[in-house]
Design a protein around this ligand. Structure first.
Ligand code: NAD
Length: 311
């Protein structure tokens, strides 16, 4: 049985994961490009004989799934499944599972790091000193500020706990939320509308999936609901934010700062206008890229594949 493994960082844990698959009789096909595969490359590699894929952020639309004739299971190395056409997979009887709980702590910690970067400009100040500039930038304290978390799932909850530890007021907006014990335990308030959480929060951190309903949830209108001093953090998916509207909002100081780990096009093109703004902070989709999360993602996605293929 052939298994295609696409994520670059998976190789860091091949000593622990490959034997699991090889001892069960699997032949492993690696992504040797050193980058995300294109649709056509996946079709070239997996159209015949490949029965399982461990997938990163490489695209698996209907066209690709229909071409992979022997594919039985897709195991997501991570959580967000917006790169997989789940409806088509179901119709084609291809099982799909994600690595729930593998990277929530790492992404939450990056969100907190980005909040600090906006509040205290650590990397900008450090770069200034290296260049002989001893000048300071006035920051803001986080204590007593309100953070609005959009999406109270695995990552949102870890952000909420850490924000409470930083003495912040925590609000969550999530229309499907049901863990009321968690709210009570940590003293967190559930907001009943997006408008309300945006207008009440000093920091807005997004931890919801990208779906047809959530695409561009942050746009010109919703940006205007936020405080002029607000910091927007997006470690979820680029297309949750209309980047053109965000550019205008940052340039015209409708909000104070935005930080993104994710982009609608990754990597963003060098002429992406957001990259020219001082009040825009960015990282290269690094939320889950820690030693601990990478190991968990590799192990969970391997075990999920074994389970789905009944090996
Ligand atoms: P999760 O499924 O545990 O939580 C998502 C939450 O969003 C759920 O509670 C759901 O009810 C809520 N939600 C759905 N629609 C909503 C809406 N319209 N408004 C508000 N809330 C809504 O997922 P998670 O593990 O917390 O991950 C969240 C997202 O983070 C993923 O979908 C993925 O896109 C992204 N992610 C990014 C990285 C990274 O490296 N930057 C890594 C992992 C995950």
């Amino acid at each position: 049985m052939k298994i295609l493994i696409t994520p670059k960082s998976f190789k860091n844990y091949k000593e622990k994961t490959y034997p699991i698959l090889q001892n069960l009789g699997c032949e492993i096909v690696e992504n040797k490009t050193g980058r995300t595969l294109t649709e056509d490359e996946i079709i070239d590699i997996a159209s015949q004989d490949v029965q399982g894929i461990i997938i990163g952020v490489d695209p698996l639309p209907k066209r690709v799934l229909e071409s992979c004739k022997d594919l039985k299971a897709i195991s997501k190395y991570g959580v967000g499944m917006d790169n997989i056409d789940l409806e088509a997979a179901e119709k084609l009887n291809i099982k799909v599972k994600n690595a729930v709980g593998s990277n929530n702590i790492s992404v939450a910690e990056l969100a907190i790091a980005l909040i600090f970067e906006a509040a205290r400009r650590v990397s900008v100040l450090g770069a200034g000193v290296r260049n002989g500039n001893w000048g300071r930038i006035a920051g803001v304290e986080l204590t007593g500020k309100t953070i609005g978390i959009i999406g109270g799932g695995q990552i949102g909850k870890e952000v909420a706990k850490r924000a409470k530890g930083l003495c912040m007021e925590v609000l969550i907006y999530d229309p499907y939320y049901n863990d009321f014990e968690f709210l009570e335990k940590y003293g967190i308030t559930l907001c009943d509308s997006l408008d309300k959480i945006l207008s009440l929060s000093d920091i807005v951190s997004m931890h919801l999936p990208l779906t047809t309903d959530t695409k561009y949830i942050i746009n010109t209108d919703t940006l205007k609901m936020m405080k002029p001093s607000a910091i927007l953090i997006n470690t979820s998916r680029g297309e949750l934010v209309d980047e053109e509207s965000l550019y205008t909002a940052l340039k015209e100081k409708v909000i104070a700062f935005a930080a993104q780990d994710v982009f609608s096009k990754e990597p963003p093109s060098p002429d992406e206008k957001l990259l020219t703004l001082d009040n825009f902070i960015l990282t290269p989709h690094a939320g889950a890229f820690t030693a601990e999360a990478v190991e968990r993602m590799a192990l969970y996605s391997t075990n999920n594949l074994v389970e789905m293929l009944n090996l």
